[in-house]
Design a binder for this molecule. Structure first.
Ligand code: ZN
Length: 82
């Protein structure tokens, strides 16, 4: 049984997963090339601090990280608005 927060994270993850093949290209063309580069360096594209998968709290956070590369703190801030 998932909590509401995990359901929300999973819904976001599935939405992002669906557009994954062109994701990087779309992001770069949309002017987010810098963010893509941060993510590739293992840094959170939002706060630019290094982020590791092992720092994430739970499965839903790891899935969100796979999709957005956001650290736990930035995920909390983003998903907290749900
Ligand atoms: Zn962050």
């Amino acid at each position: 049984m998932l909590s509401n927060r995990e359901e929300a994270a999973l819904a976001i993850y599935k939405r992002k997963e669906a557009m994954k093949p062109q994701k990087e290209e779309i992001l770069r063309k949309s002017g987010f090339g810098r963010e893509v580069n941060f993510a590739k360096e293992g840094k959170c594209p939002s706060c630019r601090r290094p982020v590791k998968r092992s720092d994430l709290r739970d499965y839903a956070s790891q899935k969100e990280f796979d999709a957005s590369c956001l650290c736990q703190k930035c995920q909390d801030e983003t998903l907290g608005s749900f």
